[in-house]
Design a protein around this ligand. Structure first.
Ligand SMILES: Cc1cc2nc3c(=O)[nH]c(=O)nc-3n(C[C@H](O)[C@H](O)[C@H](O)COP(=O)(O)O)c2cc1C
Length: 450
């Protein structure tokens, strides 16, 4: 019950509850009786000490295990002094543990934290901003210099590929009172990527090593999951169609927002007069994830993944179509499991006449949307998004705005690393690989045209 933001107050939440004791009692009583874990509560103080104590006693009576008190009122901001004396009065009045909060501006060391606890008679301290400014504030030996903290923080951000916006927020928090003294500060204000931060803080080599190790690890994982050709397949379908499937996935961070794979594919197919790509999307009822195929000429293009939105799954199918047709999909960078070399390998392999014609490669797919298209069944398949959509007999997709992806490829990897169900293996590499990209590209065009 501490959030003073307008959206909370207007909705009767956060600090708005401080003046609604009836609701406070009902909410906390319900939580305490229904939950198996200890329930704790946090408040801001009220302008009057007596009213604050009354509220604190009411909260205690609901059975909560501890109460955190931020020593500012709903209208006071962080520049206003923290009312430590109110926290102390609450701590003296209650029998449950009281957690002191709001003292960050005075908390530079662990000793400061201890003295805040002591002066407020609280059982413990809650630290927010001081820990953002320098997370080593808790260190027994004393806090580390901000530069050391920054480098250490960035190492984690690089290692875990932290989102750049959040990274920037954290970096600026560490710099909060060093903006004039730190020579890197101005550049941090305009930084847009982890690479920018690596350059600003002279960590390019470390970042590049981390990226290399990550790529290597991803390759190893891919290898364990069936080698370079897990998720790659080609299959003759009824009706003279050929299905191509590549383990490609649309990661919007790798593309320009103004030129998506679908747009590129539309432009290319129009220029080449090969008709419009017809998208067919299937929605899986269990989790409302989507899987798209593209029908273009005599070919059907897809990937093995189910995505959280129709848009994502259509973009992924478009990438497959562009790669197989030797077209640049205008990506700005590669997602984790792909590389230009790998895509060339896939393309070269699948256009080879021997790929997908016998043995494991020639197995019939089970439950393939593409097969349904070919046979005209198209049961669960749903609306296409081009003007020449495949007629939909099932229910329509509702495109959702989420960017997340469902991580369940249709193919399954068994414990011994082999692939069952829908995954079809490449034949011996020597049979199928043409490493030269130009040879691959022209061979691809030829095969597909023919
Ligand atoms: C980034 C950030 C997020 C916060 N989110 C919450 C929150 O979700 N709920 C809450 O009660 N207080 C939240 N607070 C407020 C803090 O818990 C705390 O009450 C306030 O920052 C004062 O403590 P300090 O002086 O140690 O920063 C947040 C503070 C920060 C800086």
């Amino acid at each position: 019950m501490g959030c003073p933001k307008e959206f909370s107050i207007k909705g009767g939440m956060g600090a708005a509850l401080l003046t609604q004791p009836g609701n406070v009692e009902k909410i906390l009583t319900a939580l305490v009786s229904e939950l198996k874990v200890p329930v704790t509560c946090k408040i801001r103080v009220l302008p009057e000490l007596e009213a604050t104590l009354e509220l604190a006693r009411l909260i205690q009576s609901t059975g909560v295990s501890a109460l955190a008190v931020h020593g500012r009122t709903k209208t006071e901001r962080s520049r206003d002094p923290n009312r430590d004396s109110y926290i102390k009065a609450v701590a003296e009045a209650l029998t449950i543990p009281v957690i002191a909060n709001g003292g960050s501006r005075a908390l530079k060391t662990r000793l400061d934290i201890e003295s805040f606890r002591h002066s407020t008679m609280a059982s413990s301290v809650m630290v927010a901003r001081a820990a953002q400014w320098n997370c080593s504030v808790f260190r027994r030996e004393g806090p580390l210099p901000y530069r050391e903290v920054m480098l250490s923080y960035l190492r984690y951000a690089f290692e875990y590929d932290n989102n750049e916006i959040n990274t920037k927020y954290c970096v600026l928090q560490i710099l909060h009172d060093k903006m004039t003294e730190a020579p890197e500060a101005d550049r941090c204000l305009t930084a847009k990527s982890l690479q920018d931060f690596a350059e600003i803080w002279s960590m390019e080599e470390e970042y590049s090593n981390i990226l290399m190790k990550r790529k290597e690890k991803e390759r190893q994982i891919l290898h364990m999951a069936g080698g370079d050709f897990a998720g790659v397949k080609k299959q003759k379908l009824d009706g003279g169609l050929t299905l191509f499937e590549l383990p490609v996935r649309f990661d919007k961070r790798c593309y320009s927002p103004t030129m998506t794979p679908k747009q590129i594919l539309n432009n290319w197919s129009k220029n080449e007069h090969i008709g419009k790509p017809i998208y067919t999307t299937e929605e899986r009822p269990t989790d409302r994830c989507f899987h798209s195929t593209i029908h273009l000429g005599d070919h059907v293009y897809t990937n093995p993944y189910w995505e959280k939105s129709k848009q994502l799954s259509e973009q992924s199918a478009a990438i497959c179509c562009l790669i197989i047709n030797g077209q640049d999909d205008s990506r700005l960078s590669d997602p984790g499991n792909e590389s230009d070399q790998l895509r060339r390998k896939w393309r070269t392999a699948v256009i080879s006449p021997s790929f997908g014609t016998s043995g494991e490669n020639g197995e019939k797919l089970k439950d393939s949307t593409a097969e349904k298209i070919a046979s005209g069944e198209n049961g669960k398949a749903i609306e296409g998004s081009s003007a020449e959509s495949v007629p939909a007999s099932g229910k329509s997709t509702n495109t959702r705005d989420t960017d997340g992806m469902c991580d369940q490829p249709k193919n399954q990897v068994t414990a011994d690393g082999s692939i069952r169900e829908n995954v079809l293996f490449a034949q011996k590499k020597s049979d199928t690989f043409q490493e030269d990209p130009d040879v691959a590209s022209s061979a691809c065009k030829e095969k597909i045209d023919s």
